[in-house]
Every structure is written in C-alpha cells, then in structure tokens.
Design a protein around this ligand. Structure first.
Ligand code: AMP
Length: 279
C-alpha cells in the first residue's frame, strides 16, 4: 500500500498506471470503521486499483469546535486500509489542498442543498462540493463510492458530476450498521454508555415508520415519529422528514411511481446522529 501526502506524488503514481487500469476512489475523513471498509471492499471488487483519501476538510464544518474535535486516528486507519488491501492512500494537509485560501467554492445543486442537512449546517455542502471536486480532479477515478448513510451528500455529488460533466460514475453503497441496527459512524464512539444503549431506537423507529407509511400518509407518519421521540428523554429529534429520493423535497401526496425515503437527525446529548431508510 502506497501512502502519499503530496498532490504531485499521487498524480505521478496514477499517471504511471498501465493504460486501461480502472481506478475506484473512496473519499473519507478518516476515523475509519467497518462502514468505510465496506465501501472500499466494493471498490476493490469493481476496479483494478483503489485509492482512498483521508482528509478532514475544514470548509465543510460550520462549527469550528467540530473540526477541532474531529477524531484523528491515522495509524489505525492505515492498518485498517492495509487489511482490506487498499492500493493507494492520499493524506494531504489543508495547506496542500487549499494553499493559503481555505475557502469553499459556491455551487448550485438544484436546490438539494437547501433541504434537511442544508437547513442546519450552513455552507456544509459548498464545502463538500469543493473538496470532492478537487479530489476527483487529482485522483481522476473511473468510479467513486459514497455511503447512503449520507444520502443527501450522495445525491448532491451525483448532481455535481452531472452538471460539471465529470467523467466518472458515482456509486451509492448500503448503510453499514452495528448488530443492534445503529448506523456506523465515527461519532458513535463519543456516545456515553447510556446514549449508546438507547441509540438503536433511531433505526428501530425508522423501520416502524416504513411500516406505518404503508397505511398512513406522510404527515401522519411524521406526527407518529415525533410522538415516539417525545417519550424518549435521552434523544432529541432535530428533524424527521419523508422526501422524494431525487428532489429531496418533502412529500405532500404519495405517488406510487416515486421513490421515497425517510430522513432523521437526532441529538444524543451533544452528539448529532443521522440515518435514513428507503420507504
Ligand atoms: P466520512 O469519513 O464520514 O466523510 O465518510 C466517508 C464515506 O463513508 C462517505 O461516503 C460516507 O457516507 C460513508 N459512510 C460513513 N458511514 C457509513 C456507514 N455506516 N455505512 C456506509 N457508508 C458509510
């Protein structure tokens, strides 16, 4: 496994690959867990060479303290990447990526950026767009892999690739969960014992909401979920929405031809957890 911190070196390596070699790319912010590894394993199956980036992107954090507190576990990350036979790791510094101008580009993602996470995390998706576009330009992948865990991000990247006519395929990967259903996240390790114990309630409620959606309309399901969380003093619901998978707009009436998804964000003390389910 080769590890590069400099843009020039990783580009040189990629340019030296035999013509026709397919490159799968998995961008991450490190603090890797089995969810990340599942993306890498899928990329391994579908490409000749897999590149993983580890970069805690400053421009996608709306709160400075979240950026400062983001877990950094580079040694463990590198051993995990070796264990799944990752070929190339790119670990740039912020200076390498942004020089001395740590700022986002401004994007339009056809309104996707104003829904859900966009309402609560100012500038977040401009930061995501900026870094992912930059990484795509450096790594030049044929396919890039993103988790459905961050479904809104996945749809935004798909929109960016289409709008900017970038020559790669964006692959969405299933959400990887703990045995008790909690979606894997680097934030889970920061939960208190009490909050970790109750956190699977989020996915349990999503699964029940899916069943409820079979017979109830969206507003009734939203009300039901809100009532469920009212009974749960350790978890604070930030939002629960049922939205169209493509536009991410909340639905008013069900159309059997449309695909819907339920999205949720919950605070477990100060730790913000997100999840979603296809309906
Ligand atoms: P992050 O390091 O949190 O930016 O995540 C890097 C990539 O891993 C993103 O595409 C995430 O959606 C994906 N990811 C994070 N957690 C999971 C999970 N539990 N299951 C599947 N993909 C995930």
């Amino acid at each position: 496994m080769l590890v590069f911190a400099k843009i020039k070196s990783v580009q040189q390596k990629i340019k030296s690959l035999k013509k026709g070699t397919t490159i799968g790319f998995v961008p991450t912010m490190g603090a890797l867990h089995k969810g990340h590894l599942s993306l890498i394993e899928q990329a391994k199956k579908e490409n000749d060479v897999v590149v993983v980036s580890i970069f805690v992107n400053p421009t996608q954090f709306d709160k400075k303290e979240d950026l400062i507190n983001y877990p950094k576990t580079i040694d463990t990350d590198l051993s995990l990447l070796k264990s799944v036979f990752c070929d190339i790791v790119f670990t740039p510094t912020a200076e390498e990526i942004y020089s001395n101008n740590i700022q986002s580009q401004s994007f339009s993602f056809d309104g996707l950026e104003h829904q859900m996470e966009g309402k609560f995390r100012d500038g977040h998706f401009n930061g995501v767009g900026t870094i992912v576009k930059r990484l795509f330009e450096i790594v030049t992948p044929h396919k890039s892999y993103f988790g459905e865990k961050d479904f809104q991000q996945l749809q935004i990247i798909r929109t960016m690739v289409k709008k900017h006519q970038m020559p790669l395929k964006v692959i969405g990967c299933d959400i990887y969960r703990e045995d008790d259903g909690l979606a894997m996240s680097s934030r889970n390790a920061r939960l208190t014992k009490e909050h970790r114990k109750i956190a699977p309630f989020i996915y349990k409620t999503l699964k029940q909401a899916k069943i409820e959606f079979g017979t109830k309309n969206a507003l009734e399901v939203v009300n039901w979920v809100e009532q469920e969380f009212d009974k749960q003093p350790l978890l604070e619901l930030e939002y629960f929405e049922i939205a169209d998978e493509d536009t991410l707009l909340t639905i008013e009436n069900k159309n059997p031809k449309q695909k819907y998804r339920a999205f949720i964000a919950v605070f477990a003390d100060k730790i913000r957890l997100i999840d979603n389910i296809s309906l």
